[in-house]
Design a protein around this ligand. Sequence first.
Ligand code: SF4
Length: 325
Amino acid sequence: MGDGTGISWTDATWNPVRGCSRVSEGCRNCYAERVAARFSGPGQPYEGLADRERAGSKWTGEVRIVPEHLADPLRWKRPRRIFVNSMSDLFHEKLSNEDIAAIFGVMAAAPQHTFQVLTKRAERMREWFEWMALEENWSPTATMHVEAGPHLDDDEDDTLAERILDAEWPLPNVWLGVSVENQDAAKRIQHLLATPAAVRFLSCEPLIGPIDLLAASPNARSLVWDLDWIIGGCESGPGARACDVDWLRSLRDQCAMAAVPFFLKQAEETTDCGEDREPDIGDDDSIAFGDGSKMKARRPGGHHVIELPYLDGAQHAAFPGPADA
Ligand code: SF4
């Protein structure tokens, strides 16, 4: 578990699952795959999960739960926003329904935190929620209790068990999101909108093509009423693909029209910052703006990436209402 993270829309990451496999264009330059390959030697955390090949890093397709990290959030007392599985995908087909229920059980037992679940497997996510609601199953809370129970072995006074059994469903402290990197991936939106959730969001990062949200949604009403947050951003790191600033502008404008909070995480250096905000890139790769503010920059393949950039003179760092209300 990582307390503190370079991801500006979260406070911490929690990785109870290791391993993954690619599903779409958004996975092409997968950061997790590169890191996993680097630590895949004998005795290392990602042994057997990724390989280092001449052509680059490659997942092996094996996926496993990490029992020693399953209960990590329970040890964190200060409330945090926690990005779940930044190094994998919670709804990967190699995980059983019961495995996923155990992880949701931990989230139910830690209501002080807000968990941000982001997946590229939107259909599996929807199917898992349908499985949880099946009549022949126990109730969702009982299922979570049974599956998470063995991992809550310090629960001497049954407080955690009670929290799980008393939880509302869907869990009010879990946000569900899908990655939408281009119009093809926007088909995931319909599954997200059909899944019960306290907060639903999209992560349009890495944005590698224009996205028309309305074309991918059942109707305008569901966009306005059932979508709570959209994150946008360019790709960074080795092999980063171009992100046209007009794709970001379009996302911003669609959010404004649907009254959905917009969070612009990062953009290429070439993004128009507005008349008074042309960036001055320093020797240390920092970016100084006319008003004295400074932002960190990275240099992926010669391009700077600006975090929390100004777009046409304004930053966009909004969060869904309930969390900050
Ligand atoms: S789903 Fe996420 S972690 Fe898995 S390969 Fe794709 S980008 Fe990487």
